[in-house]
Design a protein around this ligand. Structure first.
Ligand SMILES: C[S@@+](CC[C@H](N)C(=O)[O-])C[C@H]1O[C@@H](n2cnc3c(N)ncnc32)[C@H](O)[C@@H]1O
Length: 457
C-alpha cells in the first residue's frame, strides 16, 4: 500500500517462484464483529455519527469495508489517525529529522541532532522534553545503543515497531486483529536493529511481538510523504481502518494524507450501497503483468479483478508490444489473464508468440526508457518519446506512458518557466493522453488525475 511503489521489473525467474508460494497468515485474534467494535473505539471522535461504511467479511479476501448507502464521487469516506508510526529511515532520506514532530533538527552534524541523553534518536529540543520521547529514550537507553554520535538508520527504522510497547490494551487487541502475512525474511529488520544495541531484548516473547508487528506493517502499512516546514518527510504508518481496504486495479476510492499521521479516504467514483470500497496497492498505469508481479511479491496474492481479466485492459492496451513478424507492425497482447507466463497474440496477423520472447522485448523497452529517464534533460526526453520510442514501443505501452508522466512531473514541479511553448504543448498533449487512459480505465477522480491536473501538489 505504499505511495510510490518501485517498478517490479519483468520476468526474473525468482519472481515467478516467489509468487507461487502464498504467504502464511498469522493468527487473527478477533472476529469481524469484534474488529469493527475495536475500530469504532480507535476512531473515537473521528467516527462519524452515521458512517457511510461498515466493516464486514469480503468476497475479495478476509475482511473489507462496504458502503452502507450510495456514496457520491469525490465524497470523503473517513479520516483516521495512525496507531503506529515512525520514520522509514531510508538511507536517502534526511535522518536528522525529529522522531516526533518530523521537523529538521537544526545543526550540521548527526551528533547535534541526537538526543543529549545518548538514546541514539534524533529529536528536536522541544520534543526532547516531552513525556513521549522520555519513555522512548528510557527504553533505548536500557538497550545501550552502540552509536551515540551518528544516526543509525537501522535503529531508527525499528522505532515504528518498538512503539508497539506503548500501545494500550485496546490498541494491542486491534493490532492483533489486523492481517499479518508471515515471512521469515521480515525478521531481518529485527536482527539489523539488534546489531545496533549492546543489550537488545532476546526473550522469545518479545521477539515474536516485534516480528508480528513487522508482519502487520508489511501487510497493511502506508508509506506517507508529507512536507514539514519545506522538507520532505517519509514515514510508515499503520491505520487499522484504512488497512482493511482490499485492492482492485481500478478501485473506487483513493487516499491522501492530511499530515503524515492522518489519512483521508475519498470515493473516486460513485459507490452504490452494498459495494466494497477498494483502493489500488499498485500504480494505476502499470500493465497487468507488472501489477501482478508487484502484488505477488509484496502482498502475496494474484489479483482477479475485472481489469486483470481483460487482455485489452479496457481498450488501453497498456501491455501491448509490436509484432516482429516480417511486414507486420500490429499490436501483440497477452492472451491468458491468470498466468504470469501467458502466450501473446498479434491483433493483426494473429500469430502467437511465447511469453519468454515478448518478455525480452518488454524488458528492452523498460530498460531503454528508464535509462533515458535517469539521464536525459526534459527536451531530450521529449525528442526521445516523440521520435525514437515509436520505432520500438507502441504509444499505448505502459513504460512509454511512464516516460510521459516523468516529463509532466519534471515540467510542472521544477523550473516551470524555462520551457519553450513547443515543449509546453508536448507536455499538455501527454497530459491529455494520460487523462484519456484514466477515463478508459474508469478510474474517476483518482489521485493520479488530481496530480496531473495539479489539483493537488
Ligand atoms: C491491507 S490487507 C487488506 C485487508 C484484509 N482483507 C484483512 O482482512 O485484514 C492486504 C491483504 O488483503 C488481501 N487482499 C487484498 N486485496 C486482495 C485482492 N484483490 N485479491 C486477493 N487478496 C487480496 C491480501 O492477503 C493482502 O495481503
Amino acid at each position: 500500500m505504499s505511495e510510490q511503489p518501485e517498478h517490479p521489473g519483468q520476468q526474473q525467474p525468482a519472481t515467478v517462484q516467489q509468487l507461487s508460494r502464498q504467504p502464511q497468515q498469522m493468527a487473527i485474534s478477533a472476529s469481524t464483529q469484534e474488529l469493527a467494535e475495536l475500530i469504532d473505539l480507535h476512531l473515537g471522535q473521528l467516527r462519524p455519527k452515521e458512517p457511510a461504511w461498515r466493516v464486514s467479511d469480503s468476497p475479495i479476501s478476509g475482511r473489507g469495508i462496504f458502503a452502507t448507502r450510495d456514496i457520491a464521487k469525490g465524497e470523503e469516506l473517513f479520516r483516521e489517525h495512525t496507531i503506529l508510526v515512525g520514520p522509514t529511515a531510508h538511507r536517502s532520506s534526511k535522518l536528522r529529522t525529529c522522531t516526533l514532530c518530523y521537523r529538521l533538527v537544526p545543526g550540521q552534524t548527526d551528533a547535534e541532532a541526537l538526543c543529549p541523553a545518548g538514546c541514539g534518536l534524533p529529536v528536536c529540543e522541544e520534543c526532547g522534553k516531552s513525556p513521549r520521547h522520555k519513555s522512548e529514550c528510557e527504553l533505548f537507553l536500557k538497550w545501550r545503543p552502540k552509536q551515540t554520535q551518528r544516526i543509525d538508520p537501522r535503529s531508527l527504522r525499528i522505532l515504528s515497531v518498538v512503539r508497539c510497547f506503548f500501545l494500550d490494551e485496546q490498541q494491542r487487541r486491534l493490532l492483533y486483529a489486523m492481517q499479518a502475512n508471515a515471512d521469515r525474511y521480515y525478521m531481518k529488520e529485527v536482527e539489523r536493529a539488534a546489531a545496533c544495541f549492546e543489550d537488545f531484548p532476546r526473550e522469545q516473547q518479545m521477539l515474536d511481538f516485534f516480528y508480528r508487528t513487522i508482519c502487520a506493517f508489511n501487510t497493511n502499512a502506508f508509506e506517507s510523504r508529507s512536507c514539514v516546514e519545506g522538507h520532505e518527510v517519509l514515514i510508515r504508518a499503520l491505520f487499522p481502518l484504512a488497512g482493511l481496504l482490499n485492492h482492485q486495479c481500478t478501485p473506487n476510492a483513493t487516499h491522501h494524507f492530511e499530515d503524515g499521521e492522518t489519512i483521508i479516504v475519498c470515493a473516486t467514483e460513485r459507490i452504490p450501497c452494498g459495494a466494497e470500497i477498494t483502493v489500488s496497492y499498485a500504480k494505476m498505469l502499470w500493465s497487468t503483468l507488472a501489477r501482478k508481479i508487484f502484488l505477488g511479491m509484496t502482498k502475496g496474492f494474484m489479483c482477479q479483478c475485472p481489469r486483470c481479466q481483460d487482455p485489452t485492459e479496457n481498450g488501453t492496451y497498456l501491455s501491448a508490444l509490436f509484432c516482429r513478424e516480417q511486414g507486420c507492425r500490429g499490436l501483440v497482447i497477452p492472451v491468458q489473464t491468470r498466468t504470469l507466463q501467458p502466450d501473446w497474440r498479434c491483433l493483426t496477423c494473429e500469430n502467437v508468440f511465447p511469453h519468454a520472447k515478448m518478455a525480452r522485448y518488454q524488458d528492452f523497452a523498460l530498460n531503454t526508457i528508464n535509462n533515458r529517464i535517469n539521464s536525459c534533460s526534459v527536451p531530450d526526453m521529449i525528442h526521445f518519446i516523440n521520435d525514437l520510442c515509436p520505432r520500438f514501443c507502441p504509444p499505448s505501452n505502459y513504460v512509454l506512458i511512464e516516460a510521459k508522466l516523468n516529463v509532466i512531473w519534471r515540467m510542472t514541479r521544477f523550473d516551470t518557466d524555462q520551457y519553450t511553448p513547443e515543449e509546453v504543448a508536448h507536455k499538455d498533449r501527454y497530459r491529455e493522453d494520460i487523462l484519456a487512459i484514466i477515463h478508459k480505465l474508469g478510474a474517476g477522480e483518482c489521485t493520479l488525475k488530481k496530480l496531473i491536473t495539479e489539483e493537488i501538489q
